[in-house]
Write a protein that binds this ligand. Structure first.
Ligand SMILES: [Zn+2]
Length: 138
């Protein structure tokens, strides 16, 4: 079995569906010209640009690299998730800094702001993409 096929099987078994919101930097959202909280905009999900949505199957894990230990303050933040995550998705996915991953759990949407992503290759083939998110989600 190829490594790509193995990754797909693992994601199918252990992953969950997410949506990648990729910003179109050439198309600013109209909320930018209005006096309103960008984070509340449904059109751009607070990114300030039109977004292209792609459904992906992802495996998520805590990104402990460089993370601060959990503190009282973080717990008090309530629903706000201040942790950093690593999402694995199959194949070559173009996810840049400032793009967003949206998760839905129990009817609640969580958006994770992407900080960076890496392609893992096997020879010429990109097997999976590792997407790192910033420590602050909304
Ligand atoms: Zn907007």
């Amino acid at each position: 079995m190829s490594r790509s096929k193995q990754v797909l099987e693992i994601l199918e078994l252990h992953g969950h569906p997410v949506v990648l919101a990729k910003r179109d930097m050439a198309r600013p959202c109209k909320c930018r010209s209005e006096l309103k909280q960008e984070a509340l905009c449904n059109q751009c999900l607070g990114t300030g640009f039109k977004v292209k949505l792609t459904k992906l199957q992802a495996y998520k894990k805590r990104n402990n690299q460089g993370a601060m230990p959990d503190t009282r303050k973080e717990q008090d933040a309530g629903a706000e998730d201040v942790r950093s995550y690593l999402f694995y998705v199959a194949g070559a996915v173009d996810a840049g800094s400032g793009d967003i991953i949206v998760e839905r759990a129990n009817g609640i949407y969580t958006t994770h702001i992407i900080s960076t992503s890496d392609h893992a290759q096997d020879g010429q083939e990109v097997v999976y993409t590792a997407i790192y998110t910033k420590r602050r989600s909304v």
